[in-house]
Design a protein around this ligand. Structure first.
Ligand SMILES: NC(=O)c1ccc[n+]([C@@H]2O[C@H](COP(=O)([O-])OP(=O)(O)OC[C@H]3O[C@@H](n4cnc5c(N)ncnc54)[C@H](O)[C@@H]3O)[C@@H](O)[C@H]2O)c1
Length: 682
């Protein structure tokens, strides 16, 4: 059992970062104590939060009443004795080692022995702060990114003496507050700043060397990395001295290559912002882009080689934290290892640096990026989907890696398999872009093969010798919900949500969803979910048997272990009656009424508002997809599961080749309402 249960949070320092971190915790429904030096500073911090929330109301992210609710969960104080009951403290005071040490000494005195103490430092070692506390094993790093209430990324940093259980508990607490955690070693710049700071620094070096002017470097960097803001604008926004400080730290700890460019020092001395206006000299694009890419390729390979972070976390850091459209390793593989070596050599060779082995040894296929990882702990295999920026949507590449990971885990035996994922969502279905591209080319075979392969691997998720548990911590949509359904057990967090939105985009769930759902919750409620696309929260899903357990984040892993101990699933009885009186009306309605009757307005709702709502939703879906779904539901339900799955798969051609499928999925990608074909009058 994890001794660290995190319910109560505290944040020390109510400045830019601390107020944002506290805001996020409170917005996620958790109580948080916000501490600063005196009451005036506390009030200033609360004021920053109020202002940010009010802006959120203007942007319709929050409703006005939510502002007071969120603020109501934040208790501001300058009295440290109020920290005696908190479970996780995040320190976000000035970036000054002595000030931070003072804070950790004091936290060591006032907090309870099991409290986890975290620092948001950008440039100090976590171990140096841990050293001043009586329990260094429960000191970790939690490095957030500006603005911490909006940017999901957090680096979770254990030092050599950290208790892995404390790191795991802090990790789960980050998931609980909607963050996307990645792991970092206790190393300078952690993962993301290790390459982000040199990217900025090299831009100034290019200027110093006269390779191009500011406007050209800014333009070329934006174009090469696909980002909205170039390095000079970013420095202006965050403050130029911060970049100098960051480069100084890296240069001091790592190598002269990381040390600040002369122009960066001079700019800070002169003060003011960079002027990046003017027309770019497009002939200098390659010179700038090649150098910046070379630097990023070198640093990223080096940090992975030093085990500061993984290839995958390096890319996730860029996608989620920096909002780059492609991660460094993705870009490296696109450029090709051969050229990446040339670019890196040209960029860092003059500094006397050698290329890391990872880059030197990369073959023509590049450096493998595990969109799905397999880790074995305690004889339990953890298959983890690792595409948080795409909400872990399944595409051909991740699908194939998922198959391989599951097969490998199965082959190795052990106590069981856990299917889990990184980021806010569990799995948000299949990659619709892939479907659209094929339909536009009028090719259905790749779609069929994708679904057939998906069905095949999902078949391996239950009924095997070891149990398989889906650890659904967030949104499970379409193919993601089907993945969970295919497992022996579904353990959900309170943030889990399940929905089958397919008929709203002109198709039906084709990875076993129609058949396994009907067998798990009964045919009428399965029809209700697939015809309406209704989203169920975890508690409701539990109430109708769509998941087996709902456990708070702090107990989620224990609940997974308990589910594994139950062993593989035998036969799950198919419900023959509604799960409770409150479900009777829906059960009866979808037992008795056909899609045609519902669409024609002939199905009697008896003015029941829940049924009215369901009918309204059904009418927004593709009539063709609904009819196809109904057919596979009704026919499949009478067949053994294997045959029913075959039927579902074979029906996909008809549903995908109807114009509603292309229209529905295109509308989704274009962010508009689809216009489906009306049913022909019979
Ligand atoms: N700003 C960023 O983009 C960013 C990103 C990641 C990490 N960080 C790190 O976060 C930390 C905070 O940065 P910031 O930008 O929010 O700074 P800030 O100056 O805006 O806020 C610091 C706050 O800490 C308070 N404080 C100082 N000493 C204190 C003490 N002894 N006890 C209680 N409160 C105290 C100050 O009154 C102030 O309100 C730093 O370690 C920084 O490196 C910053």
């Amino acid at each position: 059992m994890n001794p660290y249960t995190i319910e109560r949070f505290a944040v020390i320092g109510a400045g830019n970062m601390g107020s944002g971190i506290a805001q996020k915790i409170a917005a996620e429904g958790r109580p948080v104590t916000l501490v600063d030096l005196d009451d005036e500073k506390v009030q200033r911090g609360l004021g920053i939060i109020r202002k940010t929330l009010e802006k959120g109301v203007e942007r319709r992210v929050f409703r006005p009443e939510q502002v007071e609710e969120i603020l109501g969960r934040i208790h501001g104080t300058s009295d440290w004795s109020e920290l005696d009951q908190v479970d996780l403290v995040v320190e976000a005071v000035f970036e000054d080692l002595e000030v931070k040490r003072g804070v950790f000494e004091r936290l060591g005195e006032v907090c309870k022995p099991t409290a986890i103490l975290a620092t948001n430092t950008s440039s100090f070692y976590v171990k140096d702060l841990a050293a001043v506390t009586p329990h260094p094993e429960r000191v970790i790093g939690l490095h957030y990114f500006y603005h911490p209430a909006m940017n999901r990324l957090v680096e979770v940093i254990g030092h050599a003496g950290s208790d892995p259980a404390a790191v795991a508990a802090a990790w789960a607490a980050q998931e609980a507050i909607g963050k996307t955690p990645i792991r970092s070693a206790d190393a300078p710049g952690f993962v993301v700043n290790r390459y982000f700071v040199p990217w900025i620094n090299e831009s100034v070096r290019l200027l110093d060397e006269g390779v191009a002017d500011i406007a050209t470097i800014e333009w070329a960097a934006k174009k090469a990395f696909g980002v909205g803001m170039g390095p000079f604008q970013l420095m202006n926004v965050t403050g130029v001295p911060i970049s100098l400080h960051a480069a100084n730290t890296l240069g001091h700890e790592l190598h002269g290559f990381y040390a600040p460019a002369a122009g960066l020092k001079a700019k800070v001395e002169a003060g003011g912002d960079w002027d990046y206006s003017g027309a770019p000299d497009e002939t200098r694009y390659d010179a700038v882009a090649d150098r910046l890419l070379g630097v990023v390729f070198y640093v990223c390979c080096q940090l992975v080689e030093e085990k500061v972070g993984t290839v995958e976390d390096t890319d996730i850091g860029a996608l989620v934290g920096l909002r780059w459209p492609r991660g460094p390793f993705h870009m490296l593989n696109k450029v090709g290892a051969e050229r990446a070596r040339l670019l890196a050599e040209a960029a860092v060779g003059p500094h006397g640096l050698e290329l890391p082995m990872l880059l030197r040894n990369a073959g023509p296929e590049g450096i493998p990026i595990k969109l799905v990882s397999l880790e074995t702990r305690d004889e339990v295999h953890h298959v983890r989907l690792n595409r948080p920026a795409a909400m872990n949507a399944l595409n051909q590449k991740s699908g194939l890696q998922f198959v391989n990971a599951v097969e490998l885990a199965r082959a190795e035996g052990g106590r069981g398999i856990v299917i889990e994922s990184t980021g806010k969502a569990f799995v948000a279905g299949a990659d619709v872009k892939f479907f659209v591209e094929n339909l536009k080319r009028n090719t259905f075979e790749p779609i069929h093969d994708f679904a057939a392969a998906g069905q095949e691997v999902y078949r391996k998720l239950s009924g095997g010798p070891q149990p398989v548990v889906a650890r659904v911590h967030g949104l499970a949509l379409g193919g993601g919900a089907e993945m969970a359904l295919a497992c022996d057990w579904i353990v959900a967090s309170p943030k889990a949500a399940f929905a089958f939105p397919e008929t709203g985009i002109g198709i039906y769930p084709g990875l076993g969803g129609t058949q396994r759902l009907a067998r798990r919750i009964g045919l009428p409620l399965a029809k209700w979910l697939v015809y309406t696309g209704e989203m169920l929260d975890a508690a409701t899903a539990r109430a109708i048997g769509l998941c087996d357990v709902v456990a708070p984040f702090a107990e989620l892993d224990e609940a997974v272990t308990a589910a594994l101990a139950r062993g593989p699933l035998g036969d799950r009885p198919v419900p023959a009656t509604a799960p409770g009186p409150e479900w009777q009306a829906l059960w009866d309605f979808f037992s008795h009424h056909t899609v045609a009757a519902i669409l024609a307005g002939e199905a009697d709702t008896g003015d029941d508002p829940r049924l009215e709502r369901a009918v309204k939703k059904v009418r927004q879906k593709s009539p063709h997809a609904l009819l196809c779904a109904e057919r596979v539901f009704d026919r499949g339900f009478t067949l053994p599961l294997e045959e029913a799955l075959e039927l579902e798969l074979n029906g996909l051609r008809e549903v995908f080749l109807h114009p509603d499928a292309l229209e529905g999925m295109s509308a989704l990608l274009e962010g508009r309402r689809p216009e489906f074909a009306a049913l022909a009058a019979s």
